[in-house]
Design a protein around this ligand. Structure first.
Ligand SMILES: [Zn+2]
Length: 148
């Protein structure tokens, strides 16, 4: 049984999380789907730390939870850890990692089928992934931490 004050606490936490997510979604790098660049993503993969559109969220679900854990920004409850993961990563940093080796003249897929191939290449096969940029990104997080 949950008491009234526990319920109020949970509700307050949920409101805080919604406020953080809305703020993240207002940042330029998060205004477009991480995969197909559709405008105004309202879904997220919290373990990958990216915001995406509803179509790409469906494809991410098909990858399985060992690769991507999908949540609705507005309809689901978030835990503090999941929120932290979105704050730490975001579409900008994720692009540096997962699209490090994307060819310069690469044209972003638009049809459902080609988007799925791209998403599988990107996260499952890690075709464009660069570990070096992971190291760089982690160093920059550390530096920010020490500067605070
Ligand atoms: Zn998309």
């Amino acid at each position: 049984m949950t008491t009234r004050s526990e319920r109020e606490k949970a509700q307050k936490l949920n409101e805080q999380h919604q406020a953080i997510l809305s703020k993240l979604l207002r940042e330029d790098e998060n205004k477009y789907c991480a995969d197909c660049e559709a405008k105004g993503p309202r879904w997220a993969s919290w373990n990958l730390g990216v915001f995406m559109c509803i179509r790409c969220a469906g494809i991410h679900r098909n990858l399985g939870v060992h690769i991507s854990r999908v949540k609705s920004v507005n309809l689901d409850q978030w835990t503090p850890e999941q929120i932290q993961s979105m704050v730490d990563m975001g579409n900008g940093r994720a692009k540096q990692l997962y699209e490090a080796h994307l060819p310069e003249n690469f044209s972003r897929p638009q049809t459902d089928q080609s988007v799925e191939v791209f998403i599988r290449d990107k996260y499952e096969r890690k075709k464009y992934y660069d570990k070096e940029s992971v190291a760089t990104a982690l160093v920059s997080i550390d530096l920010n931490f020490y500067h605070c």
